[in-house]
Write a protein that binds this ligand. Structure first.
Ligand SMILES: NC(=O)c1ccc[n+]([C@@H]2O[C@H](COP(=O)([O-])OP(=O)(O)OC[C@H]3O[C@@H](n4cnc5c(N)ncnc54)[C@H](O)[C@@H]3O)[C@@H](O)[C@H]2O)c1
Length: 354
């Protein structure tokens, strides 16, 4: 007897890196960033309906590997992601990721996707969502400190969502700045390469720090930061890895994703456990105030949370429909008689011999 063909439910749509790039170009990068910002914001509005735990991290000398799960009761997602700041010296990415969506009712996966590009998009979308609520009104200039893999996504999201028209770049590696300037040429943004972090933040209403170093670093010191700015701190996202001098935190209103995770991983790991923070989802729902006045320093202490990956994967699944930018993987063993898993294996051998 021939082994049965896999059932439809056994086949899981897989979005490869190549297909993710096709999908993004099909829709347009800035459209994706703007729509993903809205998708993340919609899920922040229903924050309380999600399962939440700090991500599960496996630390090693050179980096970290993390699993990030969540569920809204109907759909479950997880992301596998690493962070290895020394990778770039060997020609590898600092951050790579993939992730999965599953149906809670059956536990069957419904989407598997590359998430290295998707993480850059969702991190930029989340930053833009935070800035939309917190940045000073009329901010048109952004400083981008750290010009690595995430940088262009961050700049384009701030343009698409917040109306930024000028980006001031700084990186300790000039080649990284040249790369970002080249990639952003023709985007409609004015690009200014700067000679220091201090120079980059001059006149910037939004300051994004997005550097990678597996240690406590001081990318910004207190005396550099003037009143009224919004700081979007992306790179401090691991125990022992921060970017801001703690005195900046003392002068700022600090907004976070999920406090139990951010207190372990974010800039606020430098502060006592009761250091006051505002949960960003409460600003989105209107339960808490965002920016109070023009002189206040707002600080989004971003570490990346599972719900943002859930939103990004769901967005990709929706936008994928009808495009063909995926392939079906025979990923779930699904015998016709659910209890006859071994029989299915046996029939496959018989088929091979015949
Ligand atoms: N918060 C989040 O949700 C989130 C998501 C993705 C990545 N990240 C973090 O963002 C950081 C950047 O990620 P990436 O993929 O762009 O990394 P990357 O390695 O591609 O780029 C990092 C850049 O920072 C530069 N840099 C290092 N030290 C610096 C300093 N002192 N001053 C200025 N520039 C400096 C490096 O030269 C490099 O160009 C990483 O730490 C990563 O873990 C956070």
């Amino acid at each position: 007897m021939l082994a049965p063909l896999p059932s439809v439910r056994a086949m899981v749509p897989f979005v490869s890196v190549e297909n993710m790039m096709r999908l993004v170009h099909h829709l347009g990068v800035e459209t994706v960033l703007a729509e993903m910002t809205d998708a993340v914001e919609a899920d922040y509005r229903r924050w309380e309906s999600f399962d939440k735990i700090p991500r599960v991290a496996s630390h090693s000398r050179d980096g970290v590997i993390e699993l990030m799960p969540t569920s809204d009761g109907a759909v479950y997602s997880f992301k596998y992601v690493n962070g290895h700041p020394r990778n770039t010296a060997g020609g590898l990415q600092t951050v790579t990721a993939f992730g999965l969506l599953a149906e809670v009712a059956t536990g069957y996966p419904v989407l598997l996707a590359e998430m290295t590009i998707l993480t850059a998009l969702r991190t930029a979308a989340t930053s833009a969502m935070a800035a939309r609520h917190l940045a000073p009104k009329g901010a048109r200039t952004m400083a981008m400190i750290g010009n690595g893999a995430q940088a262009e996504f961050q700049a384009l999201a701030m343009k698409a969502v917040c109306g930024i028209d000028t980006v001031r770049l700084w990186d300790i590696d000039r080649q990284a700045t040249q790369k970002a300037a080249r990639n952003l040429a023709g985007s409609g943004l004015d690009i200014i390469a700067c000679a220091s972090a201090q120079e980059a933040i001059e006149g910037a209403g939004i300051i994004t720090t997005c550097t990678a170093d597996k240690q406590f670093a001081t990318i910004l010191s207190d005396n550099m930061v003037g009143a009224g700015v919004h700081i979007n701190a992306i790179g401090g996202d691991c125990p022992g890895k921060t970017e801001l001098h703690r005195d900046i935190l003392l002068r700022s209103q600090v907004f976070v994703e999920y406090p139990p995770q951010t207190r372990i991983e974010g800039e606020i790991q430098q502060m006592p456990p009761d250091f006051p923070v505002t949960e960003l989802w409460k600003v989105v729902t209107g339960a808490e105030t965002g920016r109070r006045d023009a002189g206040q320093i707002t600080l989004f202490d971003s570490v990346g949370f599972a719900i943002e990956d859930f939103s990004a994967l769901r967005y990709v699944r929706e936008r994928l429909a009808g495009t063909g930018f995926c392939e079906n993987l025979d990923m779930i063993a699904d015998p016709d008689d659910p209890r006859d898993l071994f029989g299915m294996l046996q029939r496959a051998k018989a088929e091979k011999v015949a």
